[in-house]
Design a binder for this molecule. Structure first.
Ligand code: SF4
Ligand code: SF4
Length: 480
């Protein structure tokens, strides 16, 4: 007799309504109350004959069958020997993935002296530096197109240091990449992360003319920006940056621009910072606790707790905006809601070392922009090609299934162990899961699920709009 089991799950209550979260698939269903009792009464993954399961259900035979069919369709109930979920991605360690995003580290030089900088000496900038030369940049572009197979679109990201210190190279490379894209019948998108100090009218015109997606690293209002992100001589940067940022955001061709904020010792200022950045005209701002070994800047346990409580308050504000069909540009929550809405299943925390690599000024390839220069993590170079055995070994070890401590975590298919750079700094190896923030991230995901549940019940189309905002189609989430 065929036996069935309940998929691994977790039940969340949102305003008194039960929501079922499937751990392996990141799928969320709103449940009727009687179904909650049925699911709660079953031990996930323990196979049972269908007749036994049916006996525990109320209603007529036809109603029971209908419900069981719905559970099977939603993969809440699966055959005892269920095949891997169709949504799970294939094993990237075993296949030749096309290269979609290449980050060009166009210069190591920077004109700010951020106190928490992970590249340089605190407050003194980055010291002796190298910048990418044009032949290397052209070769990197050739490498991107040569390894992007038949992807319809590739992305070239300019990163540093401060990338606009090498503006001449960026300008040339954008034209070169466009020619290459046209010749190969692909589209190319451009992005840059800047500290905002060099946003001259010429650079802003170039950014908008070429639709470069810009992220500005800016820590907030004047006191905080000047405290943590001064010039190397200690002089304040906020007032030097502001005119260029205003010009960038007010340009008639401006694309929605995002600010990225590093949170150090002042988590309580986050709402004020977000309001300030949105009032300047940024479409969104995302917040990340500083990754630093220096306890002077690192948020301690109390600071992380405060940050979580503040994120929860911002999540409430997000809901108030959503109720009015308005948008509140709190990137951390928008990203979480889109992940949940699309049921994205992660076997790796991010695209680093999969479809994304970074190129150092000398042409060496690294896992991502933040890991550029980590000699032990070089993955070949653009002249001789990928170091395939190394990449395969990295993918094998970095895969979620290798992180045994994560195997019983309900949030594993959203977190997947967390950022490799963070893991290197805080846990000593890119392959280690970020166990120092497990409780934090799980509580933040729980907050995201609460917000998701509210929107899914009352304004499901609002969630579709968020997916569209991120350039994705609107997925279909069934309800049970
Ligand atoms: S790092 Fe922690 S929160 Fe993330 S998947 Fe592993 S156990 Fe879960
Ligand atoms: S490893 Fe961390 S910094 Fe690098 S791409 Fe992934 S999440 Fe971003």
């Amino acid at each position: 007799m065929q036996r069935f089991k309940f998929a691994e799950n977790r039940i969340f209550s949102v305003d008194g309504h039960p929501f079922l979260f499937l751990t392996e698939e990141n799928a969320i269903f709103e449940m009727a109350a009687d179904l909650e009792a049925f699911v709660k009464g079953a031990t996930p993954l323990r196979p049972q004959p269908l007749s036994q399961l049916m006996d525990r259900l109320g209603g007529t035979e036809a109603e029971k069958r209908e419900l069981v069919n719905a559970l099977l369709k939603g993969r809440v109930l699966v055959p005892e020997a269920a095949a891997p979920t169709p949504m799970a991605s294939p094993d990237p360690a075993a296949i030749d993935l096309p290269l979609q995003t290449l980050v060009l580290h166009v210069t190591e030089a920077c004109n700010l002296g951020c106190l928490y900088c992970y590249h340089g000496v605190s407050g003194q900038g980055v010291g002796p530096t190298r910048s990418m030369r044009l032949p290397v940049a052209h070769e990197a572009v050739d490498f991107l197109f040569a390894h992007s197979a038949d992807l319809p679109e590739v992305v070239l990201v300019f990163f540093g240091g401060e990338p606009f210190l090498n503006f001449g190279l960026i300008r040339d490379v954008v034209g070169y990449a466009r020619e290459k894209a046209a010749a190969k019948g692909q589209r190319v998108q451009f992005a840059a992360t800047t500290n905002g100090t060099l946003l001259t009218p010429e650079i802003i015109d170039f950014i908008h003319a070429n639709q470069v997606g810009v992220t500005v690293s800016l820590d907030g209002f004047e006191q905080i920006q000047d405290r943590y992100r001064p010039f190397p001589d200690g002089s304040p940067s906020y007032r030097a940056i502001l005119p260029g940022v205003r010009r960038l955001l007010a340009h008639p061709l401006a694309k929605p621009t995002v600010a990225r904020v590093t949170v150090c010792r002042e988590p309580f200022a986050v709402p004020q910072i977000l309001d300030h950045l949105l009032s300047l005209g940024f479409a969104e701002a995302g917040f990340a606790p500083v990754t630093s070994e220096n306890p002077e800047y690192q948020l301690d346990a109390d600071g992380m707790h405060a940050l979580l409580e503040i994120f929860k308050l911002l999540a409430q504000r997000f809901l108030e905006f959503a109720r009015r069909e308005e948008f509140f540009g709190f990137t951390n929550l928008v990203d979480m809601l889109v992940t949940l809405h699309e049921g994205e299943v992660k076997n790796y925390p991010c695209g680093a070392g999969l479809g994304l690599f970074a190129v150092a000024p000398d042409g060496r390839l690294f896992l991502c922009q933040r890991l550029t220069g980590e000699a032990s993590l070089a993955m070949g170079d653009i002249h001789r090609g990928f170091d395939r055995p190394r990449i395969a070994a990295f993918r094998k070890k970095a895969r979620l299934s290798q992180k045994t401590v994560c195997s019983t975590c309900w949030a594993r298919k959203i977190c997947a162990g967390g950022c490799y750079h963070e893991a290197l700094v805080r846990e000593g190896s890119v392959q280690q899961p970020n166990l120092h923030y497990c409780e934090w991230i799980k509580r933040w995901i729980e907050t995201g699920i609460q917000v998701y549940g509210r929107l899914a019940s009352s304004q499901p189309e609002y969630l579709d709009k968020l997916s569209l905002l991120r350039g994705h189609g609107a997925p279909v989430q069934p309800m049970l």
